[in-house]
Ligand binder design. Structure first.
Ligand code: XMP
Length: 507
């Protein structure tokens, strides 16, 4: 495995994913992880990420210098390079201006890191400070246009430093450089793939669960579907799957999810709790209050079902690696933007032991695993759908009438995205119903109807997002169909805000 020390770079997760794409398991650790804890994991190499701080600051994050003496190969990127320079007695100077963007790098001498690279190539720089004198023992291996020391290394101590970011696609030979680090310097064998993971995780589930039973809540989303299918394969009918219809699902969704799991002979408990959810939401307009009510109601319904099942030891959750990193790194001082209600609140109340078989995986890896498990593409490539469902896409009070209007409009959006091939090009695409009415004309008549907002975004992980530059033809088709087929709608607008400053969902 490769350990990645996180100095707070926006690219840390990307580094971890790139290493895995190259066939080597990687994990992220906070920069101040004690060395023994790191060594316990027997890393074949350590990568220092970049970071937003300046090593010239007094309280700049600095790892225990002994980490540079372990003999384990180190690849240090950007801030990582600068902190090593500071720790080992070189100099770092503050630049007058930030260097940001693609720039030429010229290799000055042979290095295993640059094996099979052309002498000149484009790399991605993003830094303010620069190394001006390397620490004793270091050789300058590449120079940049502005940055004199684009790369340096101490082959004796096996420390390799890059001022630029090999993990981003804008660095032409970035993957090759990372691959060279893995194979030429760390000498690892590439064994990380989903086939091996599947073998390993099956054994682990079998060992952990033994002859006990496992309860899970299904949402129809990719993560819970993959997790449940995986566990079902190992323990069969001892997996009890609960699907709660909260009345806030898309058109046809409850039936689809139900038949998917029934066809696969799941021990499925289907609860239609629409009435109670909608009753509790009557008159509620505040987004946070909606979310809280839905979260509490879900727990109440789930508890009621669970209490009738006798003793069940485990609760299955589709937690992914990014959730683990995020909760692990604390998010100190991070503002609460929205409360996300998943089944996260359940275990403390219900005394389950958690089973989280996907917690080492990134989303793209979960999709690959799903494919191996024979889950159809249509399910694997499904867009994320929020736990509170359409409730956060109807601004203001939720009524059955509005749910019906939104379902009709949203169905058109889904159909047109699939038909045009845009479904797989975006992270999410959906309709939002606004509570305000506006004037229009229908034939010779004046109309007074609601507005639908179309939202479509590109994103890597939902944390940030760009609005999708959809073709006019697609926008036109969707707008025409919605205003023609949904009587209550006489206006369609397209949301052209990215995240930040907006969020993806409207509430
Ligand atoms: P926002 O609106 O916060 O959404 O930009 C980011 C991503 O998270 C999804 N989302 C949720 N997912 N429970 C979920 O499981 C929730 O309560 C929830 N709220 C938002 C959203 O669809 C987007 O993909």
């Amino acid at each position: 495995m490769i350990a990645i020390l996180d100095f707070g770079s926006q690219y840390t997760k990307l580094i971890a994913r790139r290493i895995r794409e190259l066939g080597v398991y990687s994990e992220i650790f906070p920069w101040d992880t004690p060395i023994p804890k790191l060594l316990e994991r027997k890393p074949s190499g350590i990568i220092f990420s970049g970071g937003p701080a300046s090593v010239l600051q007094k309280d700049a994050p600095a790892p225990d210098p002994k980490i540079l003496e372990t003999g384990i190969p180190i690849l240090a990127i950007c801030y990582g390079m600068q902190i090593i320079t500071k720790l080992l007695g070189g100099t770092v100077s503050s630049g007058k201006e930030r260097e940001y963007g693609r720039t030429e790098m010229k290799i000055l001498m042979e290095s295993p890191l640059f094996k099979n690279l052309p002498q000149v190539s484009l790399v991605w720089m993003s830094h303010g400070d620069s190394v001006t004198t390397p620490p004793p023992g270091f050789l300058i291996t590449a120079e940049g246009e502005k940055t004199k020391i684009a790369a340096m290394e101490d082959p004796q101590r096996k420390i390799y430093c890059l001022q630029f970011h090999p993990e981003v696609v804008h660095t032409d030979y970035g993957m090759k450089i990372l691959d060279n680090f893995l194979t030429e310097i760390c000498k690892v064998t590439k064994t990380w793939n989903m086939e091996n993971f599947l073998k390993k995780i099956r054994e682990e589930i079998d060992k952990k669960v033994g002859s006990e039973r496992v309860l899970c809540a299904l949402s129809g989303g990719v993560d819970s579907t993959v997790a449940a299918t995986l566990v079902k394969e190992v323990i069969g009918d001892r997996l009890v799957a609960v699907f709660v219809n909260n009345g806030l699902l898309r058109e046809g969704e409850a039936e689809e999810v139900k038949s998917f799991f029934e066809e696969r002979n799941f021990n499925l408990i289907y609860v239609d709790a629409s009435e109670s959810f909608l009753n509790r939401l009557k008159g509620i307009t505040d987004p946070e209050e909606k979310r809280k009510i839905i979260g509490h109601e879900f727990i109440r319904v789930f508890e009621e079902v669970a209490s009738k099942q006798g003793k069940i030891k485990f609760l299955l959750q589709g937690t992914l690696y990014p959730d683990v990193i995020e909760s692990g790194s604390g998010g100190k001082g991070a503002a609460k933007i929205k409360s996300h209600h998943n089944v996260g609140g359940l275990p403390t109340k219900l005394n389950f032991e958690l089973l989280e078989p996907l917690k080492e995986l990134f989303k793209d890896e979960v999709r690959k695993l799903g494919k191996l498990l024979g889950i159809p593409e249509q399910v694997i490539k499904r867009h994320p759908f929020p736990g509170p469902g359409l409730a956060v896409r109807i601004i203001g009070e939720i009524t059955r009438e509005k749910l019906n209007i939104l379902r009709k409009a949203d169905k058109i959006v889904q159909e047109e995205f699939r038909k045009s091939g845009w479904y797989d090009k975006v992270w999410q695409a959906f309709a939002v119903l606004l509570p305000t009415k506006s004037v229009g004309v229908m034939g010779d008549e004046r109309s007074y109807g609601y507005t639908i907002v179309l939202r479509a975004v590109h994103s890597e992980d939902g944390m940030t997002a760009d609005w999708a530059k959809l073709p006019y033809e697609l926008l036109e088709k969707i707008s025409n169909r919605i205003t023609r087929e949904v009587d209550e709608i006489n206006r369609v607008v397209y949301d052209i805000t990215s995240k930040p400053p907006a969020t993806i969902e409207w509430e």
